[in-house]
Design a protein around this ligand. Structure first.
Ligand code: UD1
Length: 426
């Protein structure tokens, strides 16, 4: 297992280019299963989750050459536990497999470190569309002749359920209406990709809480499609926070400022010095002292749970008290004991964290517990005095493309020590 060694404190300078969004690329790759049109995804990021999705697709018979996919000869609709357990987004193959082949056997993703994360909303929606669904021995067995359009009112605007149902609706008979749909930019992106595969497909309301899809009949085309997914708003947010925490002048390129408005608003309210352009954000050294904040995570367009841990790292250095409430996942505060090991003063009361900031952090050995918590520990290491050893960075490798290289270019002293080097040095 690799670890990062960060020597702090750091001051950053220069430019960083944001990769394409993991959370767009994964559903888009799954959506490719809908048809036999070959497709190429431009600038697919090099991430562990992307490799897992490729393995899953390969198991169905998808031919993959770098970023090019050919789903014309699918010989299996079985998604095994060994792959699904490592990445919850694997469950996104259910909707497209069912829509195109009328059957799928997909492992239940199970719980994960940040919460129980059931898929009841995905399954209830598919049942409403006429699928016969049995859950047996840890697997979802789904069957249908042709899915039927239906009106589905989601109890919660689940990102994954909205994506699965949107993909399932493509070949459904009639109109599917998803109410209380998730409004994340990645849903919009998935819809745009589906339209690029099927220009005759009518999808209304992408980016709003009511999405309407007029199902089409299956049709064949060998013409290849090229698509460029949107930039990763969580990676962009992480770099902006890195710039603010280190009081640096850095330029974050290739991001979409509209997708991270809740994050930049929160930072500006805390007196961070940002300049926002359409695809570029510049972080400037602050001209006022940072102030504490009171945030709660909520579905898009409000403050994202995927940036909560990074804001917690930021709060530790602000000479003020901040409050963060986590309202999306029930167990997403595992970075708190790790930050406290570095000298932070964070107290938890159920789903709320109170951060008494302004305590100088000191480097310490810490452990990553999930993807975004890992990023928060790197940020903390960058402002801490001395050496921070961050173990289990495989969590971070799921979602940040070349993180340490990008930080090195900005001037941060971060190195990766791989497990075989560690063993050799014993
Ligand atoms: C996606 C993102 C993840 C992000 C999350 C919330 C991807 C690959 N992952 O995850 O990075 O943190 O959105 O913005 O895009 N829920 C149910 N039943 C369901 C589905 C969800 O109770 O059937 C609950 C979950 O347990 C969780 C909440 O709804 O508490 C949000 O989940 P959801 O929006 O579905 O997140 P994901 O799609 O899993």
């Amino acid at each position: 297992m690799d670890q990062f060694i960060v020597q702090g404190p750091s001051r950053l300078e220069g430019e960083v280019k944001i990769s394409k969004a993991k959370n767009s690329c994964l559903p888009i790759m799954a959506a490719g299963l809908l048809c036999n049109r070959p497709f190429k995804l431009n600038d697919l990021p090099d991430l562990r989750d992307i490799r897992t999705m490729k393995k899953l697709l390969f198991g169905f018979g998808v031919k993959i050459n770098d970023n090019a996919f050919d789903c014309s000869e699918i010989h299996s609709t079985y998604a095994p536990y060994e792959l699904v357990k490592t990445m919850r987004a694997s469950v996104l193959v259910l909707g497209p497999l069912l829509s195109r082949f009328g059957e799928a056997k997909v492992s239940l993703p199970g719980g994960c470190a940040i919460g129980s994360r059931p898929i009841d909303l995905h399954l209830d929606g598919l049942k409403k569309m006429g699928a016969e669904i049995n859950v047996e021995s840890g697997y979802v067995h789904a069957k249908c002749s042709r899915l039927k359009g239906a009106k589905i009112d989601l109890m919660f605007p689940s990102v994954g359920a909205t994506e699965n149902l949107l993909m399932a609706a493509v070949f459904a008979d009639g109109e599917t209406i998803i109410e209380n749909a998730a409004r994340e930019p990645e849903i919009y992106d998935l819809g745009e990709f589906l339209i690029s595969l099927y220009p005759q497909l009518k999808i209304e309301g992408l980016g709003t809480s009511t999405i309407k899809v007029q199902g089409i009949s299956k049709h064949e085309s060998n013409e290849s499609v090229k698509y460029t997914p949107i930039p990763d708003r969580i990676e962009a947010s992480t770099f902006i926070i890195a710039g603010v925490m280190t009081n640096s002048n850095i330029v974050i390129k290739g991001c979409d400022k509209d997708h991270i408005r809740s994050v930049t608003n929160a930072l500006e309210m805390s007196q961070a010095n940002l300049k926002l352009y359409d695809n570029t954000i510049e972080v400037l050294p602050r001209n006022k002292e940072l102030t504490g904040f009171n945030l709660r995570t909520t579905p898009y367009p409000y403050f994202p749970t995927d940036v909560q841990a990074q804001f917690m790292a930021l709060a530790t250095m602000i000479n003020d008290t901040s409050i963060i409430s986590e309202e999306i996942f029930e167990n997403r505060f595992m970075h708190v004991p790790e930050l406290n090991r570095m000298g932070a003063d964070i107290r938890l009361n159920n789903q709320t964290a109170v951060i008494v900031g302004g305590k100088r952090l000191k480097g310490a050995p810490v452990m990553c517990t999930d993807l975004r918590a890992s990023a928060a520990l790197v940020l903390a290491g960058m402002i801490a005095d001395g050496e921070t050893r961050i173990q289990r960075v495989y969590h971070l490798d799921r979602g940040y493309d070349g993180f340490e290289n990008k930080l090195n270019v900005l001037g941060c002293d971060i190195t990766r020590e791989s497990s075989h080097n560690l063993i050799a040095s014993l």
